[in-house]
Design a protein around this ligand. Structure first.
Ligand SMILES: [Zn+2]
Length: 228
């Protein structure tokens, strides 16, 4: 056997192995089970309510915590595990002394679309498992990092126990990506996105003023998510 022929054969064998490995990985990019969860950007309700959601949680501002507790705001907290790993007490106080609930925002703040079903489930189920272990309560809602999702995200959310994937009606966070946020007149069922970041207290006060002006009241989002 000539050297060139042997080299070609080896290259072909390597290519076949690569294709054999690549094929199942390709096939695992999509799945057909379970049924995708619904996506909520707004809640269809006749109740005079809006929903306040607070994401990420890198800044544990005592003033924002006090405001949430004193006004008994039933906020939905979509917090990444890294942001309670160093101070779970901040969130435990919010959960045990007020009506806020902890929801799922994935383990890492990564873009989920395009990740395989297994990778997406690791992100979402992993965050659920940590929350259950640390706070003794499972999340019911899932909000994908940066609001980015595909159909696999919706299936993974279902597989990890969420009943809905939640985005938002308005982002009211005062942040570089959203300078000078202005809230229109709020309507029943609106979902408001805020962040537990550097401007949390001021953002919360501005939103609560808008909620008061609209004659509506904050309600707990997980109670209004459809069971489907
Ligand atoms: Zn986020």
């Amino acid at each position: 056997m000539s050297k060139i022929y042997k080299a070609a054969l080896a290259a072909f064998a390597a290519m076949s192995t690569f294709l054999a490995l690549a094929e199942p990985a390709q096939a695992a990019r999509t799945s057909s089970w379970p049924e995708p969860v619904p996506v909520l950007t707004h809640i269809d309700t006749q109740d005079p309510v809006v929903f306040i959601t607070l994401d990420d949680g890198w800044n544990h501002d005592p003033a924002a915590q006090r405001l949430l507790l004193e006004r008994r705001i039933p906020a939905s907290l979509f917090i990444n595990p890294v942001n309670y790993s160093w101070d779970k007490r901040y969130y435990q106080d919010l959960l045990s002394h007020g009506p806020s609930r902890m929801e799922n925002h994935a383990v890492n703040h990564v873009d989920l679309p395009g990740l395989s079903p297994a990778e997406q489930r690791a992100e979402i189920c992993g965050a659920r498992d940590r929350q259950l272990a640390v706070f003794g309560d499972s999340p019911r809602l899932f909000r994908p990092p940066s609001g980015l999702y595909d159909e696999e995200t919706r299936r993974a959310a279902r597989a990890c126990g969420a009943k809905a994937l939640v985005t938002w009606t308005y982002d009211a966070t005062d942040a570089p990506w959203n300078p000078d946020p202005e809230l229109p007149e709020l309507k029943r069922g609106d979902i408001i996105l805020l962040h537990l970041g550097d401007t949390a207290e001021a953002d919360l006060r501005r939103v609560l003023d808008a909620v008061d002006a609209s004659g509506l009241r904050p309600a707990q989002l997980r109670d209004y998510a459809p069971d489907s």
